[in-house]
Structure formats: C-alpha cells, structure tokens
Design a protein around this ligand. Structure first.
Ligand code: FUC
Length: 753
C-alpha cells in the first residue's frame, strides 16, 4: 500500500472536516461513512443565489475622480471615506449547498475492523468493516465522463435500507419507481440588510433564481417501496446509487428562470439507460489517471502507516514522515482534478465542497489572491486542461468588466475587483476600501492567460484568446493612469487588505500601491512579449513600454524592506497575512535572486519582518516566495507549518493556518487555496522556469536528500524528469522543443531539445 496516496481513518466522520471529498468539477460530495446512517453531503457548482444584474454604482465616476484628487493632495483618509461612501456597489452572490443523500441501514450487528479511505491514485473512496467476521463494503466516486456520482453498497447479509434526499434550499422530493427526485430552487438574491447578506426568495418571475433537479436512482436486488419521500429497500445484499443533478443555469448573462435551460429531463437522462457500475468505474479511473499519473514525486524517507488524523498529530512531534508531505501534495492534485474540469465552474473558495447555508465569505471567488492560488499548480503540475473554467470565467468577466470600467471609472477596457460570483460581478463590493477598492484582479487573472501560453506554447490561444483579453485589461489601466511628480501611477491605491499609519490613524488608501504597479508592469511586459511573438500590435506595445518607463521604481524602506504603499509609512499590522507587494517575486518573475539580487534581498527582509505565521493560504504563498528565493529549507519550514493539525472552523485572520483531519487546508475555516499553494510550492521547489531558463531543484531542502520527480512542466511545453542523490541532480530528461539554459548543481548549461 502506498501511504503517500491514501487517506484512511478507523472511524466514521463526525464533522464535515473529517469527511472525505469526491468530485467531478460539477458534483461534489463528502463521505461520512457512518455504519448505521451514511450521510453523503452534496454540492453542485452552479447552485448560487442571484440572477444577472447591473451592479454599477450611480455617480461612481465622479466619486472616483474626487477620491483621486483627494489622494493626490495627500488627503488619504478623506479619499478612503469618499470611496466607501460613494464608490462601492453591492456584495457578491453566494454559493449554496445542495443537501444530503442519506442511507439508513437496518443491521444492528456489532462491527469490527472499520476503515474509511480515499484512494487518490484512483479517485475512489470507500468504507469496509466486518460483521460476524464477514466483510461489508462500500465504494463512492464521482465520474467526470458520465457526470454522475456512483455508490456501491454490498452487504454480507440481507439488509433493509431507507434512502432519502434532503436539501436546505426550497425544494420538494418524491419517489418515482426506483428513483428519488428532488426539485429545488436557489434564492433570487443575497440581499444586503443592515450590512448582512440575507438569502431571499421572491415570487415574482424575474426575481426567481436558479432551479435544479437532483435525482438518485437505486439499483438493488432488494424490494423497493416508498413512504412519503423515502425510498425503502428490503432484503438487499447489494444496492447501487447513481446520483445526478442538473440546473437551469444558462450562462452568466441569462436569466436562470426566464431564460433558463431545460434541466428536469436532462437530469433523468444522465441516469437513464442500463448503467453498468464496473464499466462506469473503469471509465472514471482511466479518465482521472490520464491527468493524475502525469506527475510523480518520490522522496526517500519515512512513510508512516497510521490513520491520517493520527498521522497528522504524530507529525507535530516527529517531522520525518515524508510520506505525509507527499500525501498532501498528491491530495492537492487530486482536489484540483476533482473540482475544475472543462465545462465546469472554476473552483471557488472551497473548491466545490461547501456544507454551510451561510458559507464563510459566501464561498465566492475572492480574486485578490485566493482564486489565483487555486490555479497555481495547474500548469507547472502538467494539468493544463484544468485551466479551462478559469479561462472561461476571465472571458465572461471581460464582458461585465467592460461595463464596470465605463460605469465606475469612465474608463476604457475591462476591470474586475476583489470578488467575483457566478454572475461575474466585476464592480467593487460594499465595505472597507482595503478589500473593496482594488482593481488588480483583471490584471492578475491575465497573467494566468499568458502563462497558459508560456507553458503550453499554444500560439493560437495566445492570439485569439489571451492577447485580446490582456489588451483589454491594459487599456483599463492606461485609461486611469495619473501623473504625479513626473511619474505615472494608479491613484488612489490599496494593497489587499492591509493598512498603514497616516496622520495618527490607520488608513488603507494610499497615493498608489506597489502591488497595483507590479501587476501593471507584469501585464504590460507580457503584452510586449506577446506582441513580439505574434508579430502584431507594435504601436500598442510601444505605448506600454513608454508608459512603463515612467512608473516609479520599486522602493526600499528604512529597514531594507520592499515598500508596500509607495512611502515609508509605519505599519499597523507588521505580520499581516497578505504579502501583496511581493507580487513581482511571485507569482510574477520581475524580481529574481539572480536577475535583481538587491530587490530579492529586500523581499527576504520583507518576509522576515512579516514572519512565517499566517492563515492557510498565507503559509501556502510563503512556500512559493521562499522557493523563488531559492531557499528550500525555509520553504520546507512553511510546509511543515501548514501540516499543523487544526480542528477549529471559526474565522481566524491571524496565525491559525494548518490542516484539518481530512487534509483540507485550514485558513481557518476551510479554504481550499492553501491546498493548492502547497502543491504549487512543491513544484517550484523542484523546478522553475522563466525566459528560456530552466532551474532543476532550485530550492531543494537539505532533508530531501534523495528522490526523483517525473512529469513536471517547464515553460515552453517541456516535460521534465529529474533524479537526485545527496541533494545533487544525477539524471535528468527533458522532452520538448527549443533552446534553453539549464541551471543545476551550481552550473549553467546551454541545451537544445
Ligand atoms: C481574503 C483574505 C482572507 C480570506 C478571504 C476569503 O480577503 O484576506 O484571509 O481568505 O479572502
């Protein structure tokens, strides 16, 4: 048994953060594995409150101009107040849970040898135990090719089962033959009442929300009957459940009720026909492995054979369990494949798994770090097709974002702010300017588009998809660029979600922020490169270059740190979880230890002053920063901190980051970004690439003495295998095309593939 690809427990889950996730991008389920009562908590990626809406704030353009003038004159508190009073728009809509599929069993016999597992080599979860010495088995998986969840119960003796399907949403369920059908409805709006979002149903057709049908078909050798909405099975020695859900959601700009798509028959159709469990399972495993098996990391050392929850606790004392480090790495790849596939919605704050009616931060897309982090491991981890939902979202955002640019700023191009939802909210949300007034996400998201080209080498994608979107984002920034002291800046600025001391009080709005300028530098540089590659749009590239030449330089503060707010203001929260001003170090490559050593030194100083502690995703980001700084030991320290066992699910903005018993990342609460920051961090420790340079093992910790990795990707669509002994590369194999400089074992080598 490989204990770096299997989670297992000796008892059923009592809490959601102990349950095991399965998913196919649309459908998500959490497996509790109770002996008498099995609960499968369900999600669907399109269950959100709301309808398409114009969210532009009236009078915002004037307000922006006023705030800009105030900021240029140093009246920063007033600028902030102006933004918060007159510029923001509405809150995001919310992601909703679907409900529970429940199976209650009649058997009252004593059981032994209980095990609940998730095999991440195959993406199959299961439960096994003995009754009277005989094996009882259950299996669960979510198939992407068939778009259903399958469950297989096999009993050692005749068993009666009550099946039911419940939902916290407005819904009604009935039993028809061997199928439970639940028809339901999402709220028409997440209405803001006294600064609190309240999920609200309306009767008026134009305010009705997304409708959906969920259905579970039971195939069994037992006898089927029904009582109310419970499907009863008696005397079964096996039962299969085939579960599907389809919604009326018809695109971000279509009304889900008045222009909704047909969903009732579509749902039943997914379940109709003769379903052969083992065929579906075979297809599912092949489909999953086609992505998952591309990469394998092996590092010599201990791998503890111990139930995962206990293993996590044991790691606290003895950190030699490299198998656990790899398990969490593999689990992150598993979660990515299970939550983001072509045709699905992108992974939200919780991927697709969310049990709460009022999920933390509405389980929306928070795009001032979190959504981007979800997609960091995808390209380096050889899973480029998982980017598709993100790319689609960016295309859609560019449509709503054009209205936001015009309506909020009177600007060209397109822009998005710190929250996005299913309806592609692009305007700033309501609340403190430190998070609400931040127009960096359109620029940041475009870096994913350019990287998609860099990693895949797909020129057609660059020309037809990436370039026009990148250009539109740049046009927005060009359009609001302001001159101050001969420099061009984005004024006013914020740096998510931090503040500084100004005139005796905390302030969040500065004249400009380093992050916004870095996002622009990065976006503009990528457009200039793209225009060269495509041999197109030279004039625009020239304009960007001239604009960039007038940006203020990176500033270094009195303590050697990179300045966040364009001036050496006293920090109000030195150890703040965001490190946005290091954007140029990671995710961008504008600051590098070998290219710009002085700035890299300033980044090190910044990270030292911030400290290592933080929320889950903050630890995840720091792994990536230290990897980019070629400091493998520090990166590993962060990995080890991320593996601290956490039970609390309350919101902790401080230093509580760690891992839940089911290996979900703990912000706390659960937030999936930390799982992905971890995977991306490990990838960056083993391989980095930029501008034709490929670094093998650039940040290998001393503890990882011997090992091998296969299948990671370097930019240029190069597939990389590496073996190492005593910390030195002993063998490598690169598959791809082109000329590169290879950097390893302290030397540089020119290679041609
Ligand atoms: C950002 C972070 C928080 C949290 C939230 C969802 O606002 O600052 O820590 O992750 O997103």
């Amino acid at each position: 048994m490989d204990y770096s690809s299997r989670l297992y427990y000796d008892s059923p889950a009592k809490a959601w953060t102990q349950a095991l996730p399965i998913g196919n991008g649309h459908l998500g389920a959490m497996i509790y594995g109770g002996v008498k009562k099995d609960v499968i908590a369900l999600n669907h990626d399109e269950l959100w409150t709301g309808t398409p809406k114009d969210t532009v704030r009236k009078g915002a353009v004037k307000s922006f101009e006023k705030a800009r003038k105030l900021a240029l004159n140093g009246r920063l508190h007033e600028a902030q107040k102006e933004i918060e009073d007159n510029f923001d728009s509405t809150w995001s809509q919310a992601y909703l849970p679907l409900g529970n599929l429940i199976a209650e069993f009649s058997s009252k016999k004593k059981i032994s040898g209980y095990e609940r597992y998730l095999d991440i080599d195959k993406a199959v979860s299961g439960v096994e135990y003995l009754t009277n010495g005989k094996k009882e088995k259950r299996e669960y998986f979510a198939s992407y090719p068939d778009n259903i969840i399958c469950v297989n119960y096999s009993f050692s003796q005749k068993t009666d089962i009550d099946f039911s399907l419940t939902s916290p949403l407005r819904s009604n369920s009935i039993v028809k033959d061997n199928t439970i059908i639940l028809d339901g409805e999402c709220h028409g709006e997440n209405v803001i009442d006294n600064k609190c979002p309240v999920k609200t149903y309306f009767d008026e057709a134009k305010k009705r929300g997304i409708h959906f049908r969920a259905a579970a078909r039971i195939d069994t050798n037992g006898e089927i009957s029904s009582k109310d909405s419970v499907l009863k099975v008696t005397g079964a020695t096996y039962a299969y459940i085939y579960f599907a859900c389809v919604t009326s959601f018809n695109g971000f700009d279509k009304h889900p009720y008045l222009e909704g798509k047909e969903y009732k028959n579509a749902c039943l159709e997914l379940l109709s026909g003769k379903k052969d469990y083992s065929e579906i399972k075979k297809k599912h495993i092949a489909d999953y492995k086609n992505i998952y098996d591309r990469v394998k990391v092996e590092i010599s050392g201990k791998s503890r054979k111990m139930p995962t929850d206990k293993r996590l606790v044991a790691f606290k004392k003895d950190k030699e369990d490299i198998g656990l480090v790899l398990l969490v790495y593999n689990y992150g790849r598993y979660l990515a494949i299970s939550s983001s596939r072509p045709g699905t919605q992108p992974g939200n704050l919780q991927g697709i798994w969310s049990d709460r009616y009022d999920a933390p931060w509405n389980a929306n897309y928070t795009v001032n770090i979190n959504t981007e982090m979800n997609y960091w491991p995808v390209l380096s981890g050889n899973m480029a097709e998982l980017n598709e939902p993100l790319i689609e979202m960016i295309k859609e955002l560019s449509v709503s974002g054009r209205k936001a640019a015009k309506g909020q700023y009177g600007a060209d191009g397109w822009v998005s702010h710190h929250n996005v939802d299913l309806w592609r909210l692009a305007t700033p949300v309501n609340g403190n300017a430190c998070w609400a007034f931040w127009h960096g996400s359109s620029g940041w998201l475009c870096r994913h588009l350019y990287e998609h080209y860099e990693y895949t080498g797909d020129k057609k994608f660059l020309r037809d998809t990436a370039y026009p979107l990148m250009k539109g984002a740049a046009e927005f920034y060009l359009s609001i660029m302001t001159e101050k002291d001969g420099k061009l800046i984005l004024c006013p600025g914020t740096s998510p979600e931090n503040g500084f001391e100004y005139e005796g009080d905390e302030c969040n709005v500065s004249v400009y922020s380093e992050m916004s300028m870095s996002i622009c530098r990065d976006l503009f540089s990528n457009i200039i490169k793209a225009s060269k590659i495509l041999g197109a749009d030279k004039e625009f590239a020239q304009k960007l270059k001239e604009t960039m030449d007038r940006f203020p330089p990176f500033l270094i503060g009195s303590d050697g740190q990179l300045l966040e707010f364009g001036a050496d203001y006293p920090e109000t929260e030195l150890t703040h979880r965001h490190c946005s001003h290091l954007y140029a170090l990671h995710p961008a490559n504008l600051i590098t230890p070998d290219g710009t050593p002085d700035l890299a030194k300033a980044c090190i100083r910044t990270l030292e002053r911030r400290g290592d502690l933080g929320t889950g995703w903050s630890l995840g980001w720091k792994i990536n920063f230290w990897a980019r700084l070629f400091d493998g030991n520090h990166a590993l320290k962060l990995i080890e901190m991320q593996l601290r066992p956490v039970k609390s699910t309350g919101v902790n903005y401080g230093r509580g980051g760690g891992t839940y018993e089911n290996l979900f990342d703990a912000h706390p609460p659960f937030q999936i970004d930390g799982n992905y920051g971890y995977v991306s961090g490990v990838n960056e420790m083993l391989l980095q690439s930029r501008d034709g340079r490929i670094y093998l093992l650039p940040a290998l910790p001393e503890k990882w003495k011997n090992g091998k990795v296969k299948g990671l990707k370097a930019k240029g669509n190069v597939t990389v295998d590496i073996e190492w002994k005593n910390g030195k590369v002993t063998k490598y194999n690169l598959k791809g095309k082109g000329k590169y400089t290879l950097i390893y074992n302290g030397r540089e080598e020119k290679i041609s593939l």
